[in-house]
Design a protein around this ligand. Structure first.
Ligand code: FE2
Length: 280
């Protein structure tokens, strides 16, 4: 359906009280160092914000060893698998204030993590989710420097929630982190029980819209390394194969159905990549 969503189905997550964490402090520091975040955009080549080209690219992303992992939040009722792979959610008919979200994905040891699946979904400018198609839904993978860049619009408000963007993040061979990103200065941040200040983006006004930044920290101790062999144990799954959504493979004696079109790589074996594969 395409109706007005409400978050009666998104109860408060009691695990996070919304206090300002070290992550927030780091993001505040990152505001003064926006340059590292531009590297991701340069790598993806997807952005249209002209302001991003005014500073030289950084040598290394900004991170602080020992940073806290990005908190998990509820998925909510509007996630859909098999979103298109794209870094821009701007398409004909999408209206609203342009927003570019940029950042990196780090492990706990501050190493950037490439190849992380980031799957974004959000409400449109009127606060409605597209539950029949894939408008304002899309996934991408972090680049070699762990960077990402998303071109979208500022999501609208809907009853019961403050302004937010949903995202799933999954490093190769790691569990899925489901969370949400928030905007600073929103009055409803004070009343939305799901809101967590640790998930605030740094947002600034730029030519043509707004620019948000957020660095994810996944609960991994180092950048994943490929396993010695990608050979499926007795199955048909094979690295390097481009699987369309709906494709079926076997792996380890079990059957799996592809949820999102992708090219398989070592570390994305079906039982280890629930965002990509579902057991048949
Ligand atoms: Fe939502």
């Amino acid at each position: 359906m395409n109706g007005a969503p409400r978050d009666a189905a998104e109860p408060a997550d009691p695990r996070h009280g919304g206090g300002v964490s070290r992550k927030s402090v780091l993001k505040a520091a990152a505001l003064a160092l926006p340059v590292p975040l531009l590297a991701a955009g340069a790598a993806s080549g997807a952005g249209t914000e002209a302001t991003a080209a005014t500073s030289p690219p950084p040598l290394t992303p900004y991170c602080d060893d020992g940073d806290d992992p990005t908190p998990e939040q509820m998925e909510g009722p509007y996630f859909k698998p098999n979103s298109p792979r794209r870094t821009s959610l701007i398409e004909p008919g999408v209206v609203g204030t342009r927003l570019t979200v940029i950042g990196h994905v780090f492990g706990l040891d501050c190493r950037p993590v490439p190849g992380v699946l980031l799957d974004f979904w959000q409400a449109d400018a009127n606060g409605a989710y597209d539950n029949t198609g894939y408008r304002l839904r899309g996934h991408q993978f972090t680049d070699a420097s762990g960077g990402y860049r998303l071109s979208t619009i500022v999501p609208g408000l809907y009853p019961g929630r403050t302004r937010h963007i949903h995202v799933k993040a999954q490093a190769p061979n790691r569990p899925v982190l489901t969370t949400q990103l928030y905007f600073p200065g929103e009055p409803r941040n004070n009343t939305d029980p799901i809101f967590d200040a640790a998930l605030l983006m740094t947002v600034r006004t730029v030519a043509g819209g707004r620019e948000g930044s957020f660095d994810f920290v996944l609960n991994v101790t180092s950048a994943p390394t490929p396993t010695p062999t990608g050979t499926a144990p007795g199955g048909t799954w094979a690295p390097g194969t481009a699987y369309p959504a709906g494709a079926r493979v076997t792996y380890g004696g079990l059957g799996y159905r592809c949820l999102q079109a992708h090219t398989a790589q070592v570390g994305w074996e079906p039982p280890r990549a629930p965002a990509l594969w579902a057991a048949d």
